[in-house]
Design a protein around this ligand. Structure first.
Ligand code: SF4
Length: 338
């Protein structure tokens, strides 16, 4: 099915629903595709005899696995559109299928434009779920220009070669010593700037939506982020009470890390609270007026991407180590969930 410039193949999912005899399914749709919700529900209810319940809370990634509460709604099966599975997530309580939404945008024009910007000849190619099907074409274009494309598997959190998440750049970092630069296919800044910060290799963006490329803009953004992170760390130096976020979403839970951070703070006589939540937002945290600094073990984007929305500094676990003198600023690392 074609929706808003994306191809979503629901055939296998319909077979599963019929084979298993599911009567009630839940549907998770990313914000950008919510305008097609009716079309998808009509399709499911026409093809099968089941009823679909839409889970309308924002769904930013496959980390957001629907929880056990859904059993109370009679949900037997969850369909998450627009993401690929996270293979190493265990104990998923309700059977869940992930149906990727593949962009219909051609990549050739943007990739051709990126060629003069690429450093060296060995090029690591990375992308997001929506453009995975274009990687063969990208490889061929690079080879035509006598370049050597390299595409790697990621770690257990990554289901496809060449795929990166906002919280995991392992498909790039696995080949960081083999490449001269990276070519990122996709839009948005968070993924490529995260790879740039983590790999310390040049990253060039080829955006198939705008047919544009960028390199210096990304370097400038990296510098801005590093300045902001330095400021957040400096502002937390005198913090006495810390709030440690634990994400309730299955794929964002780093409970052991949260406890380890609490122990670390205890050991230097700093007070801390463990705060568990589904969606962290300035509104939901405004009541914690006695907290001087938050530490996020949840989605790494909360601390970095949403920085300007919060009055109280939010640090990543590695940034707290810098505050406590256990890590040097020169050894700064971008937070990832591996
Ligand atoms: S933890 Fe954050 S970056 Fe990672 S998949 Fe979930 S929403 Fe995306």
């Amino acid at each position: 099915m074609e929706i808003l410039g994306y191809f979503v193949d629901l055939d296998e999912t319909m077979h599963t629903i019929k084979d298993k005899g599911y009567k009630t399914v839940a549907l998770q749709i990313p914000e950008g595709l919510k305008g097609s919700t009716s079309k998808i529900v009509e399709f499911i209810e026409k093809e099968t005899t089941c009823t679909a319940i839409i889970l309308a809370d924002p769904c930013f990634g496959a980390c957001d696995i629907a929880n056990y509460e859904l059993k109370n709604l009679g949900v037997e099966f969850v369909i998450q559109i627009g993401h690929t599975p996270i293979p190493n997530l265990e104990n998923i309580l309700i059977p869940t299928t992930f149906v990727n939404a593949l962009s219909s945008r051609e990549v050739a024009q943007a990739v051709e434009k990126s060629i003069p910007l690429l450093d060296g000849t060995r090029i690591g190619i990375v992308t997001t779920a929506q453009h995975l099907h274009t990687l063969d074409d990208v490889e061929k274009i690079l080879q035509k220009h006598n370049l050597e494309p390299i595409i790697s598997d990621g770690d257990g959190r990554i289901s496809n070669k060449g795929q990166i998440l906002g919280c995991n750049f392992s498909a790039g970092l696995n080949i960081v010593d083999e490449v001269d630069s990276f070519l990122f296919i996709g839009s948005g800044n968070f993924h490529p700037v995260g790879l740039l910060l983590s790999s310390k290799k040049p990253v060039i963006v080829a955006d198939p939506y705008t047919n544009s490329v960028k390199k210096q803009e990304l370097e400038d953004l990296k510098d801005t982020i590093l300045r902001q992170r330095y400021g957040a760390i400096a502002n937390s130096q005198n913090a006495k009470k810390f709030g440690i976020f634990i994400g309730m979403k299955k794929g964002q839970q780093r409970v052991k890390l949260a406890h380890k951070i609490k122990e670390m703070l205890d050991s230097v006589n700093k007070k801390s609270l463990l705060i568990a939540m589904e969606n962290f937002s300035p509104t939901s945290l405004q009541g914690f007026r006695d907290i001087d600094c938050f530490i996020s073990t949840s989605c790494p984007r909360i601390a970095i991407d949403d920085y300007l929305q919060y009055k109280t500094p939010i640090l990543t676990p590695a940034e707290l180590e810098i505050v406590l003198g256990k890590r040097k600023w020169e050894d700064y690392i971008f937070d990832q969930i591996s």
